[in-house]
Design a protein around this ligand. Structure first.
Ligand code: 5GP
Length: 260
């Protein structure tokens, strides 16, 4: 597969064309942003960990029948993915109240929700990804009712699977963000899960101590983001317990290889 020109650069990823019109390469950057780009830094090794963790979660979801954009991981920082037309909605799934909902509605941080709550935000950085009602989606033709019904069913299965997967390794899945896209192939269009699922897009708390193992370590200046993401990867069995190769060393190794 040949890597072509850059098609899009986002806050944490870059998309490159390939010689196959249906496939693109997704490159995971080390950049971290928060609060609508007001807080920015680079955290060496974050992209490597997110590439691995997202690959693990999306391939497991694929195995339970959740169609998604992942084709295969190429290397430390890149994956081949299906080219989709992204639905311009961020689907937020909450099991426990934390983050924006606690501020918006005055709910106490850590309140366990009776059932999963799905919120919709318009994917628009200039507007700060505002919360919208389902009706807005139909009023402005961002997606059809049929598409949203399909997405809702997929979301509940994804949430059930991910809660179980993380619970099994001593992690509580507090909330997360999903994106979906339209994949057009052979004259047919289907809705598939897109983007990434990683500690950048989920809130993950240790089951016993409630220690934050996600991007809140950056948002709240808690430090030790790489050790926390590495801990998630190790618990999921992606990095081996005995291996002391940190993500940073892994990054250095891969850049040495490239220079040769
Ligand atoms: P909140 O609404 O509390 O800011 O976010 C809820 C969940 O969705 C958190 O797990 C958060 O990481 C994720 N999330 C919401 N919007 C974004 C976004 O624009 N980028 C990323 N990486 N995650 C988001």
């Amino acid at each position: 597969m040949k890597k072509g020109k850059k098609l899009y650069e986002g806050k944490a990823k870059i998309i490159y064309a390939t010689n196959d019109k249906d496939l693109v390469i997704q490159y995971f950057k080390d950049d971290a942003t928060a609060f609508n780009n007001q807080k920015k830094t680079t955290i060496e090794g974050k992209g490597v960990l997110n590439n691995r963790i997202s690959e693990h979660i999306l391939s497991n979801l694929g195995q339970i029948g959740i169609k998604n954009h992942l084709v295969k991981r190429l290397n430390m920082r890149e994956q081949i993915i299906k080219l989709v037309e992204i639905i311009p909605i961020e689907f937020i799934v909450r099991n426990v109240a934390s983050g924006s909902i606690t501020k918006r509605l005055g709910i106490e941080d850590g309140t366990v929700l009776k059932e999963p709550l799905v919120e919709y935000c318009l994917k628009d950085d200039k507007l700060g990804d505002p919360l919208i009602a389902e009706e807005h989606i139909y009023a402005f033709d961002w997606a059809t009712k049929k598409e949203i019904e399909k997405v809702k069913k997929m979301i509940l299965r994804i949430n059930d699977f991910m809660i179980g997967m993380f619970r099994g390794v001593g992690i509580k899945l507090i909330d997360f963000k999903l994106e979906f896209g339209r994949f057009k192939s052979n004259g047919k269009t289907e809705i598939i899960l897109a983007d990434e699922i990683s500690p950048d897009t989920c809130r993950l708390w240790d089951s016993v101590t409630d220690k934050k193992l996600d991007k809140d370590r950056f948002r709240k200046d808690l430090g030790d983001l790489i050790p926390a993401y590495t801990e998630v990867a190790k618990r999921l069995g992606i990095l081996h317990e005995q291996s002391n190769v940190s993500a940073v060393n892994v990054t250095k190794l891969s850049s040495i290889k490239k220079r040769k």
